[in-house]
Design a protein around this ligand. Structure first.
Ligand SMILES: [Zn+2]
Length: 258
């Protein structure tokens, strides 16, 4: 029974991951997500359903389109594998429950937002604001935080990020953060609550700083490099959902609090 649950969860994760790839590719291009069949982005050849199997098709086709031999981005198997892992992790941590389902949806949104921001430097409203609406409704069923904490955490963080956004704009005459980041922290707060959101923003800033410095040192680029912050927010939120409480306890202990 345990094995069947694991296999079912991973299978569902692979299917959702395959759908996320469609969202990641089409949403920024404003293409229809539901009704247009999968096709090769270069030669437009439709992909037959028997070759539209997550992970397996990539292996069978050796990472190339069957018609024009164009290389298929490794993003496809990566997103599918990561989504399957996330579904498994959610059920492993929360058991077979409504909250595991909500966590799986939350992690799926993080994966899509990170992938789109990496490629296009945008965080689509459909995902940030659509996700926020969904998780506002879910806050009434959330076993750990209520709607009040959810709204205060999300709106508080969004106001803080909006203030940073306008301050940077005024000082440097250029956008430091995107306004999409403001909407994304609203989404994160609505599901994570105050403590885990704090851990998420801490982890995002810390990892963003490390990667930013590494790029400046290794590629000798100047400080004005544009690095999307969404992938770091996604990474921070992913880690904070499962390990945020432990991280804050650890930091608290470092400051000498019990
Ligand atoms: Zn092709």
């Amino acid at each position: 029974m345990e094995e069947a649950l694991t296999a079912g969860t991973i299978g569902l994760g692979l299917i959702v991951g395959s759908f996320l790839n469609v969202v990641i590719h089409r949403l920024p291009l404003k293409q229809d997500i539901v009704f247009r069949p999968s096709h090769c982005p270069r030669c437009q050849t439709a992909i037959p359903f028997y070759l539209n199997v997550p992970l397996l098709s990539y292996l069978v086709l050796l990472g190339r389109c069957r018609s024009c031999r164009a290389p298929i981005s490794p993003r496809y198997p990566l997103v599918e594998g990561l989504t399957a892992f996330s579904f498994w992790l959610a059920v492993d941590v929360y058991g077979l429950s409504l909250h595991a389902g909500a966590a799986a949806v939350f992690l799926s949104l993080l994966i899509a937002l990170a992938a789109i921001d990496l490629q296009h430097m945008i965080l689509p409203d459909e995902l940030t604001l659509g996700g926020s609406a969904l998780f506002f409704i879910y806050s009434f069923f959330h076993p750990e935080i209520g709607p009040l904490q959810a709204v205060l955490s999300g709106a508080g963080a969004a106001l803080f990020f909006a203030a940073l956004f306008y301050a940077y704009l005024k000082l440097r005459q250029t956008e430091g953060l995107g306004f999409g980041d403001v909407k994304m922290v609203l989404l994160l707060g609505l599901f994570l609550g105050a403590r885990r959101l704090t851990a998420a923003i801490f982890l995002a800033s810390f990892s963003g700083l490390i990667v930013g410095l590494a790029i400046i040192v290794l590629k000798r680029k100047n400080l004005k490099l544009a690095l999307p912050f969404g992938p770091f927010l996604a990474l921070g939120a992913y880690a904070a959902l499962f390990w945020g409480d432990g991280l804050l306890d650890w930091i608290g202990a470092l400051w000498g609090r019990p």
